[in-house]
Design a protein around this ligand. Structure first.
Ligand code: NAD
Length: 296
């Protein structure tokens, strides 16, 4: 079997176009422009790139983008004071604090100081609790993007066997909760899982979120399974820098029914879902119905 390629780039462009249409409608009918505030502490090069592209895409869909760049030695008190201001600013509907934070700042404390209704990354403890209990929440962007692609490909996921490899708070755990919410039978595998190959072999849906280049070979994939590769790994091959996922794409594509490439799979969906979450937060804040198809 040769897998269908799940094109995240095209899908993400479609999501952004939907967001953009809704933003225009909000402007015309309600005089409201959704606003996203992004806070970056320090000068981590990868974080700077992410923040720049988030800002650019926020403006492209017609939203307001507020960037707050703070010195690497910013105190916790100053950072919390800024978050407090953003929490009470009615022009700001979404707040994202770019992670990782410098080591002297307590990440949990900072994230939990964001108003949960504006927590567009979905990392606040209240949003985690709401997701686990099946209530309306802000859902972490990367897992939300994976869910959207899976629903688009399969329609219903009910009864499917899903294996999530990785148990991080930002990808693995929320991904598992979303799949459970869509009535999959979910297994979470991790670094201590015994016999990972055979755990993966029984999955109709494989989500790989580990951060180890090409660790899942094709012979772990059940014939016809859907493979969502969240991993982003930089490697050097034939003297060139290359991005690869956690799945060995070539051998997995021979067995899977559908597979996301790296780059061009899950990656572009993450920012698209951040914009979708900001729109959702704005609609909720002003008491309008949530945009259809853009939430979990
Ligand atoms: P993490 O390091 O926080 O978690 C990795 C998980 O993998 C851990 O739970 C660990 O138990 C598990 N693991 C480690 N070694 C393993 C092994 N040998 N077998 C099975 N499980 C193992 O990473 P993360 O933040 O969840 O990110 C995972 C990957 O996804 C990274 O490559 C990251 O860059 C990528 N990522 C991509 C996006 C995106 O937008 N596409 C967003 C977030 C993360």
């Amino acid at each position: 079997m040769v897998a269908q390629v799940v094109d995240g780039k095209t899908f993400a462009a479609k999501v952004r176009a939907q967001v953009s249409d809704q933003v225009l409608k909000l402007k015309e009918e309600n005089g409201i422009i959704p606003g996203l505030a992004v806070v970056l502490v320090g000068e981590d090069p990868a974080s700077q790139v992410y923040v720049r592209s988030k800002g650019k895409m926020t403006v492209e869909v017609g939203m307001n983008s507020y960037e707050h760049k703070l010195d690497v030695d910013t105190s916790e008190e100053d950072l919390l004071a800024l978050i407090d201001q953003l929490n009470t600013n009615p022009a700001v509907h979404g707040i994202l604090v770019q992670l990782p934070l410098p080591r002297h700042l307590n990440e949990d404390l900072v994230i939990n100081s964001i108003d949960p209704a504006k927590d567009v990354d979905g990392f606040h403890i209240s949003n985690v609790g709401l997701l686990v209990t099946g209530q309306k929440s802000m859902v972490p962007c990367t897992p939300l993007g994976c869910l959207m692609m899976l629903r688009d490909h399969h329609g219903s996921l009910s009864g499917m066997d899903a294996v999530v490899i990785g148990r991080s708070n930002i990808v693995g755990k929320p991904m598992a909760q979303l799949l459970l919410g869509d009535s999959c039978t979910v297994t979470i595998a991790h670094s201590r899982t015994k016999d990972l190959p055979n755990v993966v072999r029984r999955a109709d849906i494989v989500i790989a979120a580990v951060g180890r280049p090409e660790m899942v070979p094709g012979d772990w994939i059940k014939e016809g399974a859907t493979v969502i590769d969240v991993g982003i790994n930089r490697i050097e091959r034939d003297g060139k820098n290359k991005l690869v996922g956690d799945v060995d794409y070539a051998s997995a594509a021979d067995r899977a029914g559908a597979i996301t490439p790296v780059p061009g799979g899950v990656g572009p969906m993450t920012i698209a879902c951040l914009l979708a979450n900001t729109l959702t937060a704005c609609c909720r804040a002003i008491g309008l119905p949530e945009p259809e198809g853009l939430t979990a």
